[in-house]
Design a protein around this ligand. Structure first.
Ligand code: AHM
Ligand code: MG
Length: 323
């Protein structure tokens, strides 16, 4: 069997973008590289402080180990900055978007939004975590990037994807022509096509929600959870969106983080979590809604805006939003 590497795949598919000049391919290549480095850092996370530190493996300045989410943010930021095509990045880790100031970046046609390391509560306990990203075309025409460049609806995404650092590391992405998944072979440091043209089952038997919040959910959401139990569906909730999403994508299921009376917009962020995963799930045949609207059609008003999220198998999302 012939193996297809991610780099080959990106080049082969370059013609799918209008006016392809290789810019988007280079950005995806930079995501790939950062993903490999973060994967390496994640894999030695448990070692870093206790073992390596004890063995005298501190860095030269004797600095304390940085938190992994900060490290991931810097690595992805630098990878994007190194690409002249990216004019700026909005990250869940940073309050404001970052504008790259090199001559080439100022002419950059793309911007990126990202959650560099999602699943923060799982970082220190050896449970799967992930990176989520979206790529948009810059829309402002002046010299400086404008908020409107970042506040585009999800329908404007040019590409989106995630990296899951799990029992193996996978990179899954779409450019609007289906979804493809690549598994990192650590022995050669290469992502290889392992899940071509991913489709999610139309109906599933897994529901993923933090049921500890049950009493704060709307009547409709509670009724839906009750129905899942009635049907003996499996409850699966890792607490890392990427990992819950990835499992449900493959097996069929629904993930939801609804609003509550105290937090009507839930917890998750539209730009860094909702939109990229909504783009992927729709490309795989599933649905994503905030309860009343298609996630991809929401017009963002601020960078860190939250939105309720119901995402996964089509029939399940349709049912819960009707409830
Ligand atoms: P984070 O961006 O701070 O990591 O928060 C997002 C995470 C998701 O990965 C996960 O699904 C959810 O928060 C879990 O939240 P909770 O612990 O409230 O169930
Ligand atoms: Mg997050």
């Amino acid at each position: 069997m012939r193996i297809t590497t991610l780099s080959e795949f990106i080049l082969d598919r370059q013609h799918e973008f209008p006016h392809a000049t290789g810019e988007l391919s280079r950005i995806l290549g930079a995501v790939e590289l950062a993903a490999k480095v973060v994967s390496r850092e994640v894999n030695k996370a448990g070692l870093a402080e206790d073992i390596l530190g004890a063995m005298g493996n501190e860095n030269v300045q004797g600095e304390q180990q940085q938190k992994l989410d900060v490290v991931a943010n810097e690595l992805f930021m630098n990878a994007m900055k190194g690409q002249g095509e990216v004019a700026g990045v909005a990250s869940e880790e940073d309050e404001h978007y970052v504008v790259f100031e090199t001559e080439r970046a100022r002419q950059g046609k793309y911007i990126v939004t990202m959650d560099p390391l999602d699943g923060s509560s799982n970082i220190d306990v050896n449970v799967s975590i992930g990176t989520i990203f979206s790529i948009y075309r810059r829309v402002s025409t002046g010299e400086h990037l404008m908020p409107e460049d970042f506040l585009q609806p999800g329908t404007a995404q040019v590409a989106a994807g995630y990296v899951i650092y799990g029992s193996s590391t996978m990179l899954v992405y779409t450019t609007g022509h289906g979804v493809n998944g690549f598994t990192l072979d650590p022995s050669i440091g290469t992502f290889c096509l392992s899940h071509p043209d991913m489709k999610t089952p139309e109906q599933g038997k897994i529901y993923s929600v933090n049921e500890g919040n049950y009493n704060d959910f709307s009547e409709g959401v509670r009724a839906y959870i009750d129905a899942c139990k009635e049907r003996r569906y499996s409850a699966r909730y890792i607490g890392s969106l990427v990992a819950d999403f990835h499992r449900n994508l493959l097996k069929g299921g629904i993930y939801f983080y609804p609003g509550t009376t105290k937090a009507p917009n839930g917890k998750l962020r539209l730009l860094y979590e909702g939109n990229p995963l909504a783009f992927l799930v729709e490309q795989a045949g599933g649905l994503a809604s905030d309860g009343t609207r298609r996630i991809l059609e929401i017009r963002p008003e601020e960078l860190h805006q939250r939105c309720p999220l119901f995402i996964g198998s089509k029939a399940m999302v349709e049912e819960v939003v009707k409830a």
